[in-house]
Design a protein around this ligand. Structure first.
Ligand code: F3S
Length: 62
Protein backbone atom coordinates (compact mmCIF):
# COMPACT_ATOMS: atom_id res chain seq x y z
CA UNK A 1 0.00 0.00 0.00
CA UNK A 2 1.23 3.47 -0.88
CA UNK A 3 0.16 6.89 0.40
CA UNK A 4 0.77 10.08 -1.54
CA UNK A 5 -0.01 13.65 -0.48
CA UNK A 6 -1.00 16.07 -3.23
CA UNK A 7 1.10 19.09 -2.34
CA UNK A 8 -1.26 21.44 -4.15
CA UNK A 9 -4.21 20.30 -2.00
CA UNK A 10 -2.54 20.04 1.43
CA UNK A 11 -3.41 23.05 3.61
CA UNK A 12 -1.09 21.94 6.43
CA UNK A 13 -3.87 21.11 8.89
CA UNK A 14 -1.74 18.33 10.40
CA UNK A 15 -4.53 15.82 10.97
CA UNK A 16 -2.77 13.08 9.01
CA UNK A 17 0.39 13.49 11.08
CA UNK A 18 -1.63 13.23 14.29
CA UNK A 19 -3.44 10.10 13.08
CA UNK A 20 -0.54 8.32 11.39
CA UNK A 21 2.91 9.71 12.26
CA UNK A 22 4.54 6.49 11.08
CA UNK A 23 3.62 7.44 7.52
CA UNK A 24 3.20 11.22 7.38
CA UNK A 25 5.43 14.08 8.48
CA UNK A 26 6.08 17.70 7.55
CA UNK A 27 8.35 18.54 4.67
CA UNK A 28 10.45 21.67 4.16
CA UNK A 29 7.45 23.50 2.70
CA UNK A 30 5.52 22.76 5.93
CA UNK A 31 3.15 20.49 4.10
CA UNK A 32 2.57 16.84 4.84
CA UNK A 33 4.27 14.14 2.84
CA UNK A 34 4.67 10.40 3.09
CA UNK A 35 7.96 9.47 4.77
CA UNK A 36 7.83 5.84 3.64
CA UNK A 37 7.54 4.27 0.18
CA UNK A 38 5.20 1.59 1.45
CA UNK A 39 2.76 1.92 4.34
CA UNK A 40 4.23 -0.36 7.04
CA UNK A 41 2.37 -3.51 8.03
CA UNK A 42 -0.08 -2.71 10.78
CA UNK A 43 -0.40 0.94 9.75
CA UNK A 44 -2.86 0.42 6.91
CA UNK A 45 -5.95 1.34 8.92
CA UNK A 46 -4.32 4.50 10.27
CA UNK A 47 -3.19 5.52 6.79
CA UNK A 48 -6.72 5.05 5.46
CA UNK A 49 -8.12 6.96 8.43
CA UNK A 50 -5.69 9.81 7.71
CA UNK A 51 -6.81 9.91 4.08
CA UNK A 52 -10.47 9.91 5.05
CA UNK A 53 -9.88 12.62 7.66
CA UNK A 54 -8.01 15.02 5.41
CA UNK A 55 -10.25 18.06 4.92
CA UNK A 56 -9.07 18.65 1.37
CA UNK A 57 -8.81 14.98 0.31
CA UNK A 58 -5.14 15.54 -0.43
CA UNK A 59 -4.11 11.98 0.47
CA UNK A 60 -4.40 9.23 -2.08
CA UNK A 61 -4.03 5.62 -0.99
CA UNK A 62 -3.25 2.97 -3.58
FE1 F3S B 1 -2.38 18.27 4.66
FE2 F3S B 1 -4.55 16.85 4.70
FE3 F3S B 1 -2.51 16.16 6.15
S1 F3S B 1 -4.44 19.06 4.64
S2 F3S B 1 -1.51 18.07 6.67
S3 F3S B 1 -2.59 16.21 3.95
S4 F3S B 1 -4.64 15.97 6.74
Amino acid sequence: MKAVVDQDLCISCGACIDVCPEVFDWNDEEKAHAIVNEVPEGQEDQAKEAAEGCPTEAIKIS
